[in-house]
Design a protein around this ligand. Structure first.
Ligand code: AMP
Length: 193
């Protein structure tokens, strides 16, 4: 195309520090409601080196966990989970919102602050005993991650590790996961909720 040079993929090892990555997350106060500090990864994933370094660090963590497959939760867990899976040469299992998969699914209902939600997955996605590592953008109360662990285990997965870009430790989710026997690691933490 006139005026544009040929696409050359950048395969170099990303060199941003974890502090650099944290600085790329945008904080939006009072979204989706008053009092919530929304940690927005749009700015992180829009930055090529930021996205590459995040995936690089998550894949390095997953590499020490014996992962045979990566699972990610809809929707932001897909962004990081699928990229980590590709980087590691593994398959990716999407844990989906209800009604999205065109096959008979297995699912789990779980409590939210107000009401309930549901996650679904392909019951044939995981071989019995396969070691699956969970990847999501953020852990807050841990409700989503704990429900995903339960669902993936019911599909035959062995789950001992969960990885997040962001941990909000004051909300206790990582502690709840650790109490359930899961090793939790995150690239960064933010205080408060
Ligand atoms: P939880 O089930 O409470 O651990 O919440 C997990 C999901 O909610 C994450 O995957 C995030 O996408 C979203 N979430 C919860 N709190 C925040 C927050 N403060 N900023 C951005 N996303 C959030």
């Amino acid at each position: 195309m006139a005026g544009r040079s040929a696409f050359v993929p950048d395969m170099s090892t990303p060199h941003l520090s974890l502090a650099d990555l944290k600085a790329l997350v945008r904080t939006v106060p009072d979204f989706p409601k008053a009092g919530i500090q929304f940690r927005d990864i749009t700015t992180l994933i829009g930055h090529h080196q930021g996205m590459a370094a995040s995936v690089h660090h998550l894949a390095a963590m997953a590499g020490t966990s014996g992962a045979e497959k990566i699972a990610g939760m809809e929707a932001r867990g897909f962004i990081f989970g699928a990229a980590v899976a590709v980087q590691m040469g593994l398959g990716f299992v999407p844990v989906r919102k209800p009604g999205k998969l065109p096959i008979a699914t297995i699912g789990i209902d779980y409590a939210l602050e107000y009401g309930t939600d549901r996650l679904e997955m392909d019951p044939t996605a995981i071989a019995p005993g396969q070691r699956v590592v969970i990847v999501d953008d953020l852990i807050a109360t841990g409700g989503t991650a704990l429900a995903s662990v339960e669902l993936l285990r019911s599909a035959g997965a062995v789950i001992e590790h969960a990885l997040f870009v962001i941990d909000l430790p004051d909300l206790g989710g990582a502690s709840r996961l650790r109490e359930a026997g899961i090793t939790v690691r995150a690239l960064m933490e933010f205080e408060g909720d």
